[in-house]
Design a protein around this ligand. Structure first.
Ligand SMILES: Nc1nc2c(c(=O)[nH]1)N[C@H]1C(S)=C(S)[C@@H](COP(=O)(O)OP(=O)(O)OC[C@H]3O[C@@H](n4cnc5c(=O)[nH]c(N)nc54)[C@H](O)[C@@H]3O)O[C@H]1N2
Ligand SMILES: Nc1nc2c(c(=O)[nH]1)N[C@H]1C(S)=C(S)[C@@H](COP(=O)(O)OP(=O)(O)OC[C@H]3O[C@@H](n4cnc5c(=O)[nH]c(N)nc54)[C@H](O)[C@@H]3O)O[C@H]1N2
Ligand SMILES: [Mo]
Length: 732
């Protein structure tokens, strides 16, 4: 509650904020923008968490970033401001154009902005433009944005998922045929054990703490592997239960908590698999499932048996005994759920870790049945849904035939550029324009310095946003800043008040109704902005009805239903169902839409997912989120749950490693990239901070440490930047 109070003091939210909080995540209410955890059908009095409240108060602030603000500060000056101070300027109120002569943003009318952007896009080769989306935009907005890209002529639909769970979209799909999790909320009430790898619910999806606590209370056994002892996974105090608060009571969450080295999850899982396969002469295996549903098991068994305990212990830093304890929990449970997040996806061989996790579940048939399955926890509130309705650089994932027949055009079939490829294109000069539907792209991607330089060579940059961030200050030759409504605000169009919808981590689709008064009379909805740019760019066409769609989002949902009839039947009605409606998942039914038609047991190449070898003086750097940030939005400087206060410029390192390196607490040091590519990357001014971490690794905050991550350091299959094991050295 302390966190909420401090944000409320800072933001002095509008009077509508309280009403919005009351309606958060409830049927007929507004779906929180803070995370993608599912919304239950039967709700409590409050269905939000500390961080959801922070995100809402941040959106409904009374602070305003007006044309006067921009008249008072040049863009060059604003580049010196911190991420926190930029967003603190408040909600953007007017469409703005960058004026190079005065080095300032100046106000511009919407029609003028649309006309100029349209003209610029007409002059460009569509293949040289990127239409980026951050995972917050609604299903309706995302569908129209993707349609605009394809009508214009490209598939360059990069998305925040490319830095996040793309490893899941590609890796999980490869082995199970499903790109998303297979569990429902109900499964969390029936499982006997939950295995957590690299996800931090206390900070990033606090509403997940409630089902976890319920599970722990009824005897479900929770086992966590995380290099850091994260509070939310250790114990739970319920702020919504006055009795529990008064009694000072708490619920233990993880029965076993292990701190492996970052990037060693493959070895951890290998160790557990070794026990499952060897114990009781294989009697613990679900042989029927392996025979009927899986391919590749025998080769995997041979690989597991050939892997030595010495190698597993050396890689993980855990003992054989630790892994036996975890294996005992696994084997004594009839139904097991696997949960993971960025600690798994953001590695060079993250896809192999996901493959290993599926192997582990498959050994005892823990996938595609009640109370069991895989539950990746997504980030942004609609990031999963954006992929569902066509935001994808991969044309083979999109029903192009349906688009062709509904809209009477030939959609482009050339594969598009995802985030890393878009960045490479900017560096090489091939990419000439960037439209950003939300996000703080320049700050969120790796390789900050080279990217900021390359960015300014682009012909056109357009940012659709709610609050000012650094990406709005690194501009192309023609640059536009277009302010939009947030989800909790009333969105009134020609056809009346509009409703939008999202898909959560469990593939449930919910309506979201904003009612708060918009921050400025000059704001437009994201749909209206996309339609405005599209109309100014594309020639008119009978089947393309931007004005009608903007007037009534129900018509956009009809189009989504026509494009994806299996998933979205009766969309306009069912989205109001309490708890949303389920769009279906084949792997949950044990239908494997893989190349082989079976669940694929795969073999990792090595025992770690880092993509580089250990070397003297080289550390594996993890870049983390604090409890007081939402991605690049820095609410404040209190990482309360980890006990780090007042600064984000820290280098977390174990006391043993400090001693070995001759460092003292509080000393300021630099980190330099230890990638073997000859490029110097450095971040200085970091205070050495003793912290409970495994050997050979260090940690610090994202986005401050992004300049250290080489653009080429990404998952080999999905291209997700490998932000959780970056090779670095410490320079005192
Ligand atoms: N308040 C808040 N909520 C958020 C966000 C936010 O910034 N703030 N961001 C949203 C978004 S977009 C996303 S993607 C999600 C992210 O949510 P998470 O998936 O939880 O991502 P992170 O906090 O980056 O890292 C997760 C955990 O991985 C651990 N870890 C790091 N490396 C390894 C490893 O090699 N192995 C293992 N086993 N663990 C490792 C870290 O210690 C950390 O606890 O949260 C969403 N929700
Ligand atoms: N080193 C490192 N880098 C990482 C990560 C990491 O763990 N480590 N995590 C990665 C991950 S998982 C992600 S998802 C990315 C995300 O990183 P970001 O791009 O930072 O994601 P957002 O939170 O979407 O961006 C915030 C901005 O979106 C705008 N915004 C907010 N609400 C809205 C809205 O409703 N509409 C519109 N149009 N704009 C809005 C605001 O202007 C705000 O400044 O960062 C990635 N980068
Ligand atoms: Mo994310």
């Amino acid at each position: 509650m302390r966190g909420i109070a401090s944000i409320a003091r800072q933001e002095r939210p509008s009077s509508d904020a309280l009403d919005t909080l009351r309606r958060l995540n409830k049927p007929g209410g507004v779906m929180c923008t803070s995370c993608a955890w599912t919304r239950p059908a039967d709700t409590h009095i409050v269905e939000f968490c500390e961080n959801g409240a922070k995100a809402t108060l941040w959106d409904l602030t009374s602070r305003r970033c007006t044309p006067e603000f921009f008249a008072n500060h040049s863009v060059t000056e604003l580049r010196e401001w911190s991420d926190h101070d930029l967003e603190q300027a408040g909600r953007l109120t007017h469409p703005m154009r960058y004026d190079a002569a005065s080095d300032k943003y100046v106000p511009v009318g919407w029609e003028e902005a649309f006309a100029q952007i349209g003209k610029a896009l007409q002059a460009l080769d569509p293949q040289s433009t990127i239409f980026y989306a951050s995972g917050r935009a609604s299903l309706e907005t995302s569908y129209l944005y993707a349609l605009f890209a394809r009508l214009y002529g490209h598939n360059n639909l990069a998305d925040s998922s490319n830095m996040c769970h793309e490893t899941t979209s590609v890796g999980l799909k490869k082995v199970t045929g499903s790109a998303v999790g297979t569990c429902s909320l109900d499964d969390f009430t029936k499982c006997d054990a939950i295995f957590f790898f690299g996800q931090n619910p206390g900070t990033n999806s606090p509403r997940l703490l409630h089902p976890l606590r319920q599970a722990a209370k009824r005897g479900c056994r929770i086992v966590t592997f995380n290099p850091i002892r994260e509070k939310g996974l250790i114990e739970f105090r319920n702020p919504q239960s006055p009795m529990e608060m008064l009694a000072g009571g708490k619920t233990r969450i993880s029965e076993l908590y292990f701190q492996p080295r970052p990037g060693s999850d493959i070895a951890v899982m290998m160790g557990i698999c070794k026990y499952v396969i060897a114990e009781k002469d294989g009697a613990l295996l679900d042989t029927a499932f392996l025979e009927e549903h899986c391919t590749g098991f025998e080769a995997f068994r041979a690989k597991v048996e050939a892997t030595s305990w010495e190698d597993i212990e050396a890689e993980t830093g855990l003992s054989r005994h630790d892994l036996k304890q975890a294996a005992d929990v696994y084997c004594n449970a009839d139904r097991v759920i696997g949960v993971y997040g960025m600690g798994v996806t953001q590695h060079v061989r993250g896809f192999e870790t996901i493959g290993m996790f599926v192997n582990l579940l498959a050994l005892r048939g823990n996938i595609g049945r009640e109370g069991a399955g895989m539950s990746p926890v997504r980030g942004h509130s609609n990031v999963q849904g954006q992929r569902t309705v066509g935001i994808s650089e991969k044309p083979e994932l999109v029903p192009l035939d349906r688009l062709r027949s509904i809209f009477n055009f030939d959609p482009p079939t050339q594969p598009g550029l995802a985030t890393v490829e878009a960045c490479e294109g900017m560096i090489s000069g091939k990419v000439k324009a960037f439209i950003g539907l939300g996000g703080n792209f320049v700050r969120a991607i790796p390789e900050t310095e080279r990217m900021e330089a390359a960015w300014q060579n682009m012909a056109l940059t357009v940012q659709i946003a709610t609050r000012l961030n650094r990406s709005h200050l690194i501009n192309g030759k023609s640059a536009w800043l277009l302010p939009c409504l947030v989800r909790s605000e009333a969105d009134v169009q020609a056809g009346g008040p509009q409703v939008v919808s999202m898909e959560d981590s469990m593939s449930q689709i919910h309506a979201s109704i904003g009612k708060a008064k918009p921050a400025s009379a000059f704001l437009k909805s994201e749909i209206a902005i996309i339609a405005g740019i599209a109309k100014a760019t594309l020639p008119p066409k009978d089947e393309i009805k931007w004005d009608e769609w903007t007037a009534d989002y129900g018509k956009v949902r009809d189009l989504i239903e026509a494009t994806y009839p299996d998933m979205f039947a009766d969309y306009n009605t069912r989205m109001y169902q309490p708890g949303g409606f389920f769009r279906g998942n084949a792997a949950r039914e044990r239908i494997w839409k893989t190349d082989s038609g079976k669940l694929e047991i795969t073999m990792p190449e090595g025992l770690n997912s880092c993509g580089f070898a250990d070397a003297p003086g080289r550390y594996r750097l993890m870049t983390l989120r604090s409890n007081d940030q939402f991605n690049t939005t820095i609410y404040g400087y209190s990482d309360r749950l980890r006990g780090i206060e007042g600064t984000r410029d820290v280098l977390l390192i174990s006391p043993a490693e400090m001693e070995a390196a001759g460092l003292v607490a509080g000393q300021l040091v630099s980190l330099v990239s230890d990638a073997e590519d000859g490029i110097h990357r450095e971040v200085g001014g970091l205070a050495v901070t003793p912290f409970d971490l495994p050997r050979g690794c260090v940690a610090g905050y994202y986005p401050e440490l992004n300049p250290l991550i080489p653009l080429s350091h990404h998952d080999k299959l999905a291209q997700t930047p490998a932000s959780k094991s970056v090779p670095v050295r410490i320079v005192a």
